[in-house]
Design a protein around this ligand. Structure first.
Ligand code: FAD
Ligand code: UDP
Length: 428
């Protein structure tokens, strides 16, 4: 069925059993589960003028399906996440490939045996590949940090080449930091791969929703128990009640339309925004996107080209590779990474993970610890670098937990029922 949209001013909050803030995967999966499995009436409030969070896609003026908040390719080893999505959309079997533009020569990323031959020539590459395979094993993935820690001069030469030509400039553009300064988990997402496999991901399940993500979200949120209010910001409609006027006083209740709301509240926006940045803003990286359309079938040799040594944008994506759309026009998108400075005009895309920022996040999180019906969930609310599949799996676990709690089970019994630990359900 179609999504049931309503104007927030016109809804009666007493009609709802649960409130979900945000309509990305964290919000949409939870809303669907609470409505379908729990028979709840769920109110979704979304500050943008559309559903689907960062996965939102739409047709541009040239009739090309484009992603508006960064290129999104679904990949997972979780059968649960994949099967869940397939309930709402057929999935293509698209396998993403990325090439680095190395001073005008293309080489596969993750850097692999084929990249090695392009960089070093066949003869030298054969010797270096043998040494890498003898050290780490064939078909193994090695992080750039592991490789740089090697003492052997040949391995150091390889590490140095990859560091200088794949990671250094791209990371400086993306994060405003060197690879040493970003959390090791960030560069570990793109390891060196001792293989001939040119795909960006090796996950069991990969693909794209056949009719696009927005359509998938329409199917997920199109349920008789779900109402969606667009252009509605949590900060403007939640009245936060604190235990005292102290800065660190915990949140005791949330009032909506002058009534205390005691049903589950799933919050998937940034936590600092909800508390109006009282301890200082959580740092993020933002992005600007620049689109161009060409009268060509294809403009690039693959879905994404990373500019690892030149240009001031990080990467260009050509959507037709991802979506499988055909036709004599094509649209590409350049990504420019920026500091996140102005919440009123920019979008927080990437949490900047480090000890100080984690501590600041925890301070916000503690404000919510004593409100048992408040559930922070997803990439923003948990201040983490989650892929879509992780958010879907976490949202399914959190929904089970919320439903079991609503049935009056105690938290330990709930975790046993849902098969998830408390930490996993919270996505920790
Ligand atoms: P979001 O999708 O950000 O949804 C949050 C929603 O909450 C938004 O709609 C927002 O408008 C709304 N909201 C926020 N605050 C409020 C508020 N105060 N009041 C009301 N509404 C609010 N993952 C992959 O698996 N594959 C990829 O290829 C991939 N590519 C990516 C590319 C980029 C550039 C980025 C930034 C991320 C990418 N991801 C990818 C990660 C993916 O975007 C996230 O995993 C996913 O968006 C998480 O869903 P979410 O619901 O937690 O957050
Ligand atoms: N990275 C890089 N060069 C590349 C690809 C990735 O330096 O060609 C580093 C960079 O720091 C980036 C991180 O690896 O932020 C993770 O890359 P990924 O492609 O996973 O980023 P995302 O798609 O999430 O933006």
């Amino acid at each position: 069925m179609a999504v049931n949209y309503a104007n927030f001013r016109e809804i009666d909050i007493a009609d709802y059993d649960a409130v979900v803030v945000g309509s990305g995967f964290a919000g949409a999966v939870t809303a669907r589960e609470l409505a379908e499995q729990g028979g709840m009436n769920v109110l979704v409030i979304e500050k943008r003028g559309h559903i689907a969070g960062n996965m939102y896609d739409e047709y541009d003026e040239a009739g090309i399906l484009v992603h508006r908040y960064g290129p999104h390719i679904f990949h997972t080893n979780s059968q649960e996440a994949y099967e869940y999505l397939k309930r709402f959309s057929a999935m293509s079997s698209y396998q993403h490939c990325v090439l680095a533009d190395w001073f005008g020569t293309y080489m596969p990323v993750p850097f692999n045996k084929n990249s090695m031959e392009i960089a070093f020539g066949d003869e030298k590459a054969a010797r270096l590949i043998k040494k890498l395979v003898d050290t780490f094993g064939d078909e193994r993935k090695v992080t750039i940090n592991e490789l740089r820690a090697q003492e052997d001069p040949d391995l150091q030469e390889v590490a140095d080449f990859i560091y200088q030509n794949v990671f250094l400039y791209y990371t400086q553009k993306q994060w405003g930091l060197t690879p040493e300064e970003v959390d090791p988990s960030v560069t570990a997402r793109v390891p060196v791969f001792l293989s001939r496999d040119n795909r960006y991901f090796q996950d069991t399940y990969q693909g794209m929703p056949e009719d696009g993500y927005t359509k998938l979200f329409e199917n997920m949120l199109g349920h008789e128990g779900i109402t969606v209010c667009l252009n509605t910001e949590a900060e403007s409609v939640f009245d936060l009640v604190f235990a005292s006027r102290e800065e660190d006083a915990p949140l005791e209740a949330i009032r909506i339309k002058d009534q205390e709301f005691d049903g589950p509240i799933v919050y998937t926006g940034p936590l600092d925004e909800l508390f109006l940045g009282r301890f200082g803003r959580l740092p993020y990286r933002s992005l600007d996107f620049v689109y161009e359309t060409f009268d060509e079938d294809y403009h690039l040799p693959c879905g994404t080209v990373n500019y690892t040594v030149t240009e001031d944008y990080t990467r260009i994506t050509e959507f037709k590779w991802l979506t499988g759309q055909r036709g004599d026009k094509t649209t590409i998108m350049k990504e420019y990474s920026r500091a996140y400075e102005d919440p009123s005009t920019q979008i927080p895309y990437y949490a900047i993970i480090n000890d100080d920022n984690d501590a600041l996040y925890e301070r916000y999180r503690r404000l919510t610890d004593e409100l048992p019906n408040f559930h922070p969930l997803g990439r923003l609310a948990e201040y983490r670098y989650f892929n879509m599949d992780k958010v879907i799996v976490d949202a399914l676990a959190a929904s089970k937990r919320i439903l079991a709690l609503a049935d009056g089970l105690d938290p330990e019994a709930v975790d046993a029922v849902s098969g998830a630990t408390t930490a996993a359900a919270k996505g920790e």
